[in-house]
Ligand binder design. Structure first.
Ligand code: ADP
Ligand code: MG
Length: 319
């Protein structure tokens, strides 16, 4: 059943349309990620969803309440819907505990204390409670920001690229922890990011946004194996155009390297990556450069190599 409902949201700025008839229905406690390149309309979408930006048309509903936009409401925004973004600021001169308690200042002191204790424990922040934000790592600070947003038990949490300034290790750990916490609390979540990998780690369902329009929706497997467009396919990996077949592509990991065959090329660059070498191979006919994986680290710059692929791995893509 639909609980948080975005209905045909359109946002036109003076020079361009950032969002075009975007619709999404989420059940209570459902989590979804919206992935799109920079400028695809993600932040506009979340700000409208939070009641912080006025849409050109369309409606936002939470249960049977229509979310009013800033033109309709004196104080923009709702306690039920919390938006967290990358540059979210904690109060620098108060402790972690006080930061988390801040949204609860008007609440009953007994309730406030119990709620803050619970969040400190849940988020593993208990031992940092007396520290100032600057004495925590970026990942921990972002965790405090999310704990603070959850203090008032919002129904909906909107995450706008909240992990972008964290290093990979911090980020993966935080996503892993958050996934469990948010599922436990039954919060309805929309997570937007330009990073498909982050999205795959946090949610099962992903919606791909391009220039303000939804181009595909599905789980990671469907999107990876059956991308509809080049844009969607490229979010997962580079793709190589097959010579003479203008809409057919193959991924680097699906190319096998042999000493005999038909599609000949020369290795023009080689990179040592964690699990394989990545090669750039210039094809003999046509001159295109392919990116391919060399899992056995066999080939060097200058080597001749024949490229093979299974027809079933070929992606036929639009646009
Ligand atoms: P994203 O978060 O995916 O990068 P945004 O929603 O921030 O996308 O922006 C979508 C498009 O709308 C961009 O091309 C951006 O330049 C434009 N845009 C965003 N905010 C404004 C604004 N206040 N005025 C004019 N154009 C804007
Ligand atoms: Mg943005």
């Amino acid at each position: 059943m639909s609980y948080f409902s975005l209905r045909k949201l359109t946002k036109a700025y003076a020079s361009q349309t950032a969002l075009h008839e975007f619709s999404l229905d989420l059940g209570k406690g459902e989590m979804i990620a919206v992935v799109g390149e920079s400028g695809s309309g993600k932040s506009s979408l979340l700000r409208i969803a939070a009641g912080l930006l006025t849409q050109s048309s369309g409606e936002v509903w939470l249960g049977d309440t229509r979310i009013l936009n800033p033109k309709e409401k004196l104080v923009a925004g709702y306690d039920e819907i919390k938006l967290i973004h990358q540059d979210y600021q904690l109060s620098p001169s108060t402790t972690i505990e006080e930061n988390i308690a801040r949204p609860l200042l008007l609440f009953d002191p007994g309730y406030r204390k119990a709620r803050v204790e619970k969040l400190l424990m849940q988020f593993g922040l208990d031992r940092y409670r007396d520290r100032l934000p600057r004495n925590l790592s970026g990942g921990q600070q972002q965790k405090v920001a999310i704990a603070q947003a959850l203090a008032v038990e919002p129904e909906v949490l909107l995450l706008d690229e909240p992990f972008s300034h964290l290093d990979t290790i911090q980020k993966h750990r935080l996503i892993f922890e958050l996934k469990e916490l948010l599922q436990e609390s039954g919060t309805t979540v929309i997570f937007v990011t330009h990073d498909l990998d982050d999205a795959l780690r946090l949610t099962d369902t992903i919606l791909i946004l391009q220039k303000g329009k939804v181009v595909q929706k599905g789980n990671s497997r469907e999107l990876c194996l059956h991308p509809k467009t080049r844009y969607v396919a490229r979010l997962f990996s580079p793709i190589n155009l097959i010579p003479g077949r203008f809409d057919s592509y193959i991924r680097p990991a699906d190319v096998r390297l042999r000493t005999k065959g038909e599609l000949l090329g020369h290795v023009v660059d080689q990179r040592f990556l964690v699990h394989y070498n990545s090669l750039l191979v210039r094809l003999k006919d046509g001159g295109d450069v392919w990116e391919v994986d060399d899992p056995f680290r066999k080939y060097q710059v200058g080597d001749r190599v024949y490229l093979h692929f299974d027809e079933e791995k070929v992606l036929v893509l639009k646009g």
